[in-house]
Design a protein around this ligand. Sequence first.
Ligand SMILES: *Cc1c(COP(=O)(O)O)cnc(C)c1O
Length: 410
Amino acid sequence: MTLAIDGGVPVRTGTPLPSPLSPEGRTFGPEEEEAVVRVLRSGILSGVWGSEVPALADEFSRLMGASHAVPCSSGTAALHLAIAAVDPAPGDEIIVPPISDMGSVAPIIAQNAVPVFADVDPLTGCLEPDDVEAKITPRTRAIMVVHLFGKVAPVERLREIADRAGVLLIEDCAQAYLAPVRPGGPLAGTVGHIGCFSLQQYKHISTGDGGLAITDDPALADAMRLFADKGWPRASGERAYLSFALNYRMTELTAAVAREQLRKLHAVVERRRASAARLATLLGAVQGLNLPADGGDHVYWYFPLVIDGLDAPALQRYGAALTAEGVPAIAGYLARPLYAEPVLREAKAYGGSGFPTRGVREYPDGLCPTAEALVSHRLVVVPWNENFSAADVEDIAEAITKVHVAVVPS
Ligand SMILES: *Cc1c(COP(=O)(O)O)cnc(C)c1O
């Protein structure tokens, strides 16, 4: 069969698959509309004086089984609250994976700390605990783990490693809402000292932008609340500025929509899991295709395909061919590992000074070979969606099978 990219008939004709940039690919309904109107009519749009932001904090912490939740303006902001709560001295180190959104790394640089990259698992792209342990030095202050594409990273092992080293574990859960770390186990975000979530347009639930950080530790919660609000201790009634901090506050409009989205989250995750399981069944016989490992601990932000036997141009062709068949796909997920981006490789943060990394850490090619292989020639991701129908999933399976057979040498 001729691939659509070569002029053949695409598998998917007619309506495009639901995407997060269309109403069909989101779960916004009359509930969110009413929430927005409710806030506007209250006259209070700021979370400092309103009721929606505190209610969201209460509802999210209860949903997650955490003692505290701090709403803020984005997932990156939530991670910045976490790094600020770690309170690194300049030059202290924080261990991160090279496959993530830059939002995982930028807050480390913003706090003048040094990102140290550990390599990842060859199938999940999540941090490899042995390599994390090898990267710990006397200057390590925290480990940040990312639950990539919705798959739970080995957080319980990482928590042991963090505890042994006397450092904090931060979980970046922007892609992993309501993911149990093992059947019947705690949720991702509650094993580490702090868990961070995003409400950006593409996540499981959205307010356009927004974020949440959770913790059981009251001191970390206080530090994060202060960092989101210029160091101002609102509860005391005093106009004081207790610490260096920015303004990362969430608004009432955002919180009101987030509360409605939260009520839909269980169903969103269940539907994503059910359709992903169906796709995995349909693709089970495809040779040279590694499907995501799922022990009930994957909530499918994206559906990752790990492919054996391709070079970099063939991987690009695989992604482009799938997209041409009507199944939007991204070869490699990133253009390059995060450490190859200019902010790290060229130390482009602070006025040409090279601070805080130049002469301290190098970020050369070969730093994390397993991550580099995934991004350059092994990984293709298909953005997943709770509103995929059974017929949509069949189209996706047919397109992947067609492209795989045509592109991968047998
Ligand atoms: C989306 C995302 C972020 C950043 O969240 P924003 O809300 O876009 O700032 C951080 N980490 C990961 C893994 C993400 O997917």
